[in-house]
Structure formats: structure tokens, C-alpha cells
Ligand binder design. Structure first.
Ligand SMILES: [Zn+2]
Length: 124
């Protein structure tokens, strides 16, 4: 079982409200003993609930539905800041980012050369 505190340290703050939602709904899922895993996967939040206490197929279906819904929600939320975002597949790791966070991440990976086009060339 993984605790909320363990998850929060590994996931960007833009998705923390979704993680809060996951743990807040646990008491209402009497057939689920906890969260087995939460990780970033393909630029989305991948959740797996524990299934050790399930007694019917319907309970499994409910957990799968919640896991899927959370994954789809995080595909539209910037994992850094929580604004509207889209999955950015051209980065070294697929991330869901807003335009501002994407520009910041892109510039970290592709630094601008010191000599830019509108400067006079330096003659040495
Ligand atoms: Zn952002």
C-alpha cells in the first residue's frame, strides 16, 4: 500500500488535487483497502487500487472506472501548475503541461545559443 505522503513527493503539484480526491474517496469504497500504486505513466496519472478485499466483479468494475476517469482527467491538467494542459510527446519524457510550463521545459532541453540572429556578428 502506498500513502498519500509517499505519492505527493514524486508527482508534480498540478496533480496534487487529484491525489487528494483519490485518498478522500477511499472511506466511501468499503471494499477497497487502499491504493496499491500511483505513478506517472504516458504523461498521465496511473492509479491502481488494492483489490485484495474484493468479493464481486462489480467492485472491480467500479475501481477500474475510477482509475480510468482519473487517468483521463490528468491528461488535460498541467502536472506542474494545475492549469489546462495537453500531453507533450516531443519531450524526453511524455508530460502533460500548459503552454507556459511547456515553454520552460522545452527551453531547458534546447538552450538558446549565445549569438542570436538579430545581433551583429563579432569579428575577432
Ligand atoms: Zn503549467
Amino acid at each position: 500500500m502506498i500513502t498519500k505522503e509517499q505519492v505527493i513527493t514524486n508527482i508534480g503539484s498540478g496533480w496534487h488535487s487529484h491525489i487528494e480526491t483519490i485518498y478522500a474517496m477511499l472511506p466511501e469504497l468499503s471494499f477497497c483497502s487502499g491504493v496499491y500504486l500511483i505513478e506517472r505513466k504516458n504523461g498521465m496519472l496511473h492509479v491502481i487500487f488494492s483489490r485484495t478485499d474484493l468479493t464481486t466483479p462489480a467492485q472491480d468494475f467500479i475501481l477500474k472506472s475510477i482509475e480510468y476517469k482519473i487517468e483521463r482527467l490528468t491528461a488535460k491538467v498541467c502536472e506542474e501548475c494545475g492549469q489546462y494542459g495537453v500531453r507533450r510527446t516531443e519531450l524526453s519524457t511524455v508530460k502533460t503541461l500548459c503552454t507556459r510550463c511547456y515553454a520552460f521545459e522545452y527551453s531547458k532541453l534546447n538552450p538558446v545559443p549565445s549569438l542570436v540572429a538579430n545581433q551583429e556578428p563579432h569579428i575577432v
